[in-house]
Design a protein around this ligand. Sequence first.
Ligand code: FMN
Length: 377
Amino acid sequence: MGAPGTTWLYKKLLRPVLFEQNPEEIHERLIHTLGWVSRQELLCDAVHAFFGAPELPVDFLGLRFPNPVGLAAGMDKEAMAVPAWAALGFGFTELGATTWLAQPGNPKPRVFRAISAEGIVNRMGFNNDGAEAVARRCADWRAKGRWPRHPVGINLGKSKLTPLEQAAEDYQKSFRVLWPHLDFFVVNVSSPNTPNLRQLQDRTALTEILQALRECQRELLAKTPGPAKPILVKVAPDLTWDALDEILELARPGLADGLVATNTTISRPATTDPRVAKVYAETGGLSGKPVRVRSTEVIHHLYRQSKGRVPIMGVGGIFNAEDAWEKITAGAALVQIYTGMVYEGAGVVHEIVTGLRAKLAEAGLKDLSQAVGLAHR
Ligand SMILES: Cc1cc2nc3c(=O)[nH]c(=O)nc-3n(C[C@H](O)[C@H](O)[C@H](O)COP(=O)(O)O)c2cc1C
């Protein structure tokens, strides 16, 4: 048996046991275990032999991705298990969010499962041990020869203690120390869990942050010549069309190279399940199935308004190949998953990539890039 059979087994056998336990404790144990696996080369190879996904290469922003399914930000905030994600079949990894200052995040409990809705509400609040510690860990994986061959990026957040007016400097400090280690950077101004962070999606504030990172990039490249690394902006699904259009104006080479759409939502759908209603009453961002449709709508809008010129990574409620295809045909060149892996297990990456290959063949297309934005043609 390979990865394909594991989703059913995971849902029938393992998930019911895991879901009896506290979500954050399970997450910590998972990261700890994958960190251990990551240090054993042979074990990683064995995991890859079992879970590794078939090839479905994508060229995006000057990088080559072995397949279009990536790990979304928030799962491996502190680069604890970098090699394991490639072993599990992901085509790329987005580490973080990391912030310049180490910080504990919000008080626990801060993660809640809305099981029948297949969603999660979280208000983690960028808990992480700071950009310098994360940079050291990345350097360490590289020094051990354990850095994956697929692209690895990082999600940058603002430190809670840093006032909004000093946000650009705060992002810049993280960017500078992480620069040598990562392939791409995502400016996170869309998490609902750091007070006022979303105000940084405003055009003036975001321009200031992006300019600060570009200036830093120019300085770094002057010292160590090489290719410029892509900088993307992650947007909230709760923005109005006008606010998204303003962000689109910043999405041009030399400022933001692309967009990640979307983060979690602060909105809540109607529900008749009292247990889900209780979870929805928690403060925080909602992910998983309940955000899928809105996130796809945002991708459609961004693609349409930019006439397909702005590179997009699509994320929000992807649980299977159908969901991934929906995001790609709406306009996303790559996709990411977080909550889908919690509900479907790690075999879902293999399933999605295999399903996408089948969909391409069905549509008579040779290359995934031909499917990007297909719904608009
Ligand atoms: C527990 C948890 C923590 C998250 N942490 C981050 C984060 O640090 N930075 C970020 O940009 N997104 C974070 N996200 C959002 C995800 O990266 C993703 O955008 C969102 O969950 C929608 O995708 P999904 O439905 O596949 O989970 C987090 C999500 C969850 C569930």
